[in-house]
Design a binder for this molecule. Sequence first.
Ligand SMILES: *Cc1c(COP(=O)(O)O)cnc(C)c1O
Length: 222
Amino acid sequence: MDELATPLEDIRARIAAAAQLTRRAPDAVTLVAISKTHPAEAIMPLLAQGQRVFGENRVQEAQEKWPALREAHSGVTLHLVGQLQSNKAEDAVRLFDCIHSLDRPSLVGALAKAMDRAGRRVPCFIQVNIGEEAQKGGCAIPEVPALLAEARGADVPVMGLMCVPPAKVEAAPYFALLGKIADDHGLAALSMGMSEDFETAIMLGATHVRVGSALFGAREAA
Ligand SMILES: *Cc1c(COP(=O)(O)O)cnc(C)c1O
């Protein structure tokens, strides 16, 4: 690796290598740079290097940071990767270009209404609680078909499935399972893989990897 490579160049090269190993085109994988907790000054170097897809986990934080950054840089798309409260659906639909955390029927209703009002359909991922963890967000696996049907019925576009696998265990089986569930439902996109495991996720079919700390450095403990 070139010792002058920036973290972004390094991640891009690793994405391309993982894609190539499984005979996928590097541009089949979208790098979503997760900039949560990081100020505009930390984001600007990535914008300067051409990164245009970013993710945030809080509506309010994104509202505070992104309008000015977008004013200065064209072509930015913003992804929401955190839990979304129904009463924030309208703000989210106005600000974000993709929502990775559709996890319950009541949110389908709120998003449908918000999309009608805003006059735009924002593509979503259904977040799946892939490790069946009690404390974790996401739709339970057996409830995915009903949630998908509900979204389709409400004209809320679902492009694929998203997961955050259990911490500190091998993620590959969970990525493979998410891929199988997506296949079963004819969904093409898979949002999976973070700083520690995005290469594995790509080899198992990820179309969107969500990388934070490997690009920006460690976040302060919440
Ligand atoms: C913070 C976060 C990420 C990025 O995690 P890193 O380990 O810093 O790469 C990805 N996905 C979600 C849902 C997150 O909240």
